[in-house]
Design a protein around this ligand. Sequence first.
Ligand SMILES: [Zn+2]
Length: 497
Amino acid sequence: MAGRVTPRSNRAKSPSQARPKSPTKARGGQNPSHGAVPKSQQVPNGRSSGSAKKEVDGQGSKKACSPPARRLRSCASPPRNPEGNTRGRHAKNARKNNKCYSPDGAESPVEKRTEKSPSKSDCVGAPVDKVLQSTLDNLKIKKIEQSNSASIINDVVRKIIKHMRQTDPFRDVEELRTGSYYENVKISEPDEFDVMLAVPVDRAEIQNFDEDGAFYTVALKRGACKNALHDFLQPDGTISADKMLTEFRRKVKQAVRSFSEVVVERKKKGCPAVTLQIKSDGLEIGLDVVLSLKVHTSWPQFTRDGFKIDAWLGTKVKREFKFLPFYLVPKYEGKGNEEREGICAKDAWRISFSHIEKGILKNHGQSKTCCESHGTQCCRKPCLKLLKHLLHLLKQKHPKELSKFCSYLAKTTLLHACSSRVRDSDWELARLSDCFQQLLEDFVGHLRSGELYNFFIPTQNLLGFNCDKKSRDFLAGRIEDEWNNGFPIFRDRSQFT
Ligand SMILES: [Zn+2]
C-alpha cells in the first residue's frame, strides 16, 4: 500500500471485471458492484445465517473459550509465547507447524494450552486486537490524497457528462457515484473510482434473461418515446446493451481527448465500464465509467425474498429503498454471442443495486446515530474493510488460485451478517476481533458450502458459476491459517509494533 499504486491487475476484481468462463450453467455471480440480480423463491442463505445468529444469541458475545467443534480456533488471541506476544519463537513455530487448527475439532497442542488458561481476558486476546486495529489504521486514506484524487476525478467526470449531454441518447444522463470509495470502505490507496452514468428509461419493460434473475432484457413499452434510443433497438424491440455500450465508449473517448494525462483502456469483454487511467501529481488513478439504464418500476420478482433488512434497519427503511429505481448495466458472462430465445448474452443487462448498497452501508445502524460523531461506534465497516483487505492480500499472494474471488463476495457476506446479527450491540467496536472472527466464519462457511447468495436476489449464487470447489477450499484454508496464526499476513505489512 504505502505510497505505491497497486496495479489494476492485482486488485480484487471489480464486478465489472470478473467474468465467468462457461456461459451455460447457472450464471453465478460475479461481482456486482455494479449490479447483479433477481429471482426469488428460496432463502438459500437462511441456513448459514441462521446458524450464525444462533451462535451469537446462544453464547453471548465473548464466546471464545469453549468453541463448538467446527469453529475456527476459538480465541481471538494467536498462540503466545511466555512473554505474551505473538511474534516470538513459540508463535513462529506454531505458525510453521500450523498446529493450532484442526478442522475436525481434534485438539491441537496449542488449543490444549488455551483451554488450560481459562482467563477470559486472556482469551479475548489483545495482540490480535492490536494487529487488527493497526491494520485498519494503516488502511485509512490520508485526507490529502483523498482530496487530490477527488478533484482530478471530478474534472474528468464533469467533462464527460457535459459532452454526453450534448446529444441523444445521453442527453438526460445522470451521475451516480458508487463503489467502495463512496461507501467509505475503501482499502489502501484512493486510486480506484467508479462512477455510473445512468440513462433514465421511461416506460421500460424488463424480462429476465436467465433463470437466476441476474440478467434481463429491456424493451420499451408502447407509447414510450423511442427516439433517443432508436439506434439501439433490435427487431424485437429490446435495447441492445452491446450497441449502446459501444456508443457510450465512443462518447467517453471523445470527451477525454483533451486530457493528455488520461488514457482509455482497451475494451474488456463483458465489462460494463470504460476504464480510464489518469496520471496526475505522481498518482495513477483508475476510473471506471459505467453505463447504466435507470428503470423506475417495481423491483423484479426475483428480488422478492431478498434484501432482508426488516429486522435490521426496519420495514420503513426497506420500503423507502424499494421505492427507489434500480439500474441495469451492460454486463454479461460467458460468450457474448450465446443466444437465448434469439437474444445474445451481450445484449442483455445485469441488474445493479450498488446505490442501495451504498445507502445501507452509510446508514447501517439500528440506531440512526450509529457511528456518527456523537453516536455509538460500531465495527460493521471496519470488519468489511478487514475482510476485503485480507482477500486482497491473499489474492496478491496467490493470484492464480484466487483470481475468481472478488471483493463483492466480502460485501455480500457482510450484508448477510448484518441482516442476521441485527443489533448495534452485536457489532460494538470494542468487540472488533470477535465480530471479525464471526464474519470470517461466515465467509469460510459460504466457501465450504459453495453457497453465497446475492443479497438482493436470493436465487443467484455468487459462488455457483465459476468458483470451483478446489479454489473455494483453498481460499477457506488460507483464511483459517491466517486466523489461527494471528494474521501473519497483516503483521508482515502493517509495521505492527
Ligand atoms: Zn455504526
